[in-house]
Design a protein around this ligand. Structure first.
Ligand code: NAP
Length: 431
């Protein structure tokens, strides 16, 4: 008799619908690949009478007990989102001896350790490929394909909303607010866009990736976060003029100073591999001691790309089950590395200032930087804005704390009207 592995789906919204579509449309191939068929037996939703865009023979319920108490359900696929009750249901499913697949970055970034420990205790799988960068394979490559490497760097564009907005600002010269309104109208940005434009969504994802890449737990609280709300069309314009683009980068590095994990906008050279990642696309660049540089690119969200990752996890669980090899790869954080505080990180910086238009201004500004041993690579522009001048400076590589002190001194100078923006520059040629 054909073997069947039964799935209980928690949620049939955007991603859940995609999962049902893929499991239906590719059922024959999946049976051939796995050697058993994958059947969605029950689906839990909030509203039973809500119209659904895909047909399913599964039994619908609003009661989690119907799924957790069903002995025939082997895999629970959590696609509800949010922190609670998703976390509780994941833990209960694992404790009931069920494997769990989840796309929930909030829960994985905050409770990943606890969840993986419970999975190990109960000898079941917990897989979460869809929680970072949607359809792009990244968690499995880090845990498996690149397992032979010591990873030193993970740099990604892992928030589609902000990448879409920055791309629009660059290509059409629009300001932040009008691009945000357009992204909201198109459904690319939420009504409350804080998680995206504030950098918090990317922070959760880079915490997950850094934990896996560096084999040491990185929580959301360890990530330094700056969003894109201060990026103006003037900054975008100067970046363009100077041969850069502005991207919201999620950066994780592991070196002798410790783990450095941050999310912030950055000037990146137009020749950088991440510079051409536009619109809602995501990409993750990884540096390993054996593989060298490698980059993963694709759709970081959406019904079918995200479902693609969740279905791959379901197939993995089914294969493990067939070969009695569940809970083979769970928590890989076997080290407890220290962190490099953001104040100690180094970078060149772009600084845009409004200053008084009179002699001696440049000398005063150079003096404020010199006192903190910040050397200037270039003073790029000087254009008239109302009755003052706009100055754009690029520093050489400088320790963050020294840069901040220099900026504080600048703010106190009578010749400086305003420090408009300070943005890190990712460039190998500045030292
Ligand atoms: P969604 O469209 O809002 O769907 C959520 C589903 O969960 C709905 O079917 C909803 O039921 C159900 N649900 C929510 N709370 C529930 C509760 N307390 N009890 C029972 N059912 C509940 O969400 P989504 O966009 O598919 O996202 C699912 C997960 O995937 C999230 O963790 C998200 O972060 C992650 N993810 C999404 C994307 C994406 O592109 N959408 C990309 C990457 C990761 P009703 O249908 O009855 O309302």
């Amino acid at each position: 008799m054909e073997k069947v592995i039964n799935v209980g789906l928690l949620g049939m919204g955007t991603v859940g619908t995609g999962v049902v579509k893929i499991l239906t449309r590719n059922a024959h191939d999946i049976l051939q690949k796995v050697g058993m068929s994958v059947n969605v037996k029950k689906i839990m939703v909030r509203q039973l009478d809500k119209p659904r865009t895909v047909e399913s023979n599964a039994e619908f319920t609003t009661d989690i007990e119907d799924i957790l108490n069903d002995k025939e359900i082997d895999i629970v696929v959590e696609l509800m989102g949010g922190m609670e009750p998703a976390r509780e249901y994941i833990l209960r499913a694992l404790r009931a001896g069920k494997h769990v697949v989840s796309a929930n970055k909030d829960v994985v970034a905050k409770f990943g350790q606890e969840i993986l420990e419970v999975a190990a205790e109960h000898k079941v799988d917990f897989l979460f490929e869809a929680s970072v960068a949607g359809g792009i394979p990244i968690i499995r490559p880090l845990k498996q394909c690149l397992a032979g490497n010591k990873i030193s760097e993970v740099v990604g564009i892992i928030n589609g909303t902000t990448n879409y907005m920055l791309t629009k600002m660059t290509s059409e010269g629009l300001d932040f607010n009008s691009v945000l309104a357009e992204a909201q109208a198109k459904g690319y940005a939420e009504a409350d866009p804080t998680a995206d434009v504030g950098g918090f969504d990317a922070a959760r994802k880079i915490a997950i990736l850094a934990s896996i890449a560096f084999s040491s737990r990185v929580s959301i609280d360890d990530v330094y976060v700056e969003g894109i709300t201060n990026i103006s069309k003037e900054d975008i314009g100067y970046a363009k003029e100077l041969g850069y683009v502005i991207k919201l980068l999620a950066i994780a590095k592991d070196d002798e100073r410790g783990i450095d994990v941050r999310v912030h906008p950055a000037f990146i050279s137009t020749t950088h591999p991440l510079a051409s990642v536009n619109d809602v696309f995501n990409a993750i660049y990884i540096k390993g001691d054996a593989v060298g540089e490698t980059m993963f690119y694709g759709r970081g969200a959406g019904e079918m790309p995200t479902a693609s990752a969740a279905v791959a996890d379901i197939i993995d669980v089914a294969r493990n089950t067939k070969h009695n090899a569940n809970s083979r790869i769970l928590c890989t954080c076997f080290e407890n590395k220290s962190f490099c505080p953001v104040e100690q990180t180094e970078s060149p910086y772009y600084i845009r200032l409004l200053v008084q238009d009179k002699p001696g201004v440049l000398a005063a500004i150079a003096g404020a930087f010199g006192a903190q041993e910040v050397s200037l690579h270039s003073v790029i522009q000087k254009s008239k804005v109302a009755d003052c001048s706009e100055l754009v400076l690029i520093t050489n590589r400088v320790v963050d704390v020294s840069l901040r002190s220099a900026i504080n001194t600048l703010i106190g100078l009578p010749v400086v009207n305003k420090v408009c923006n300070v943005i890190r520059v990712v460039a190998d040629h500045l030292d």
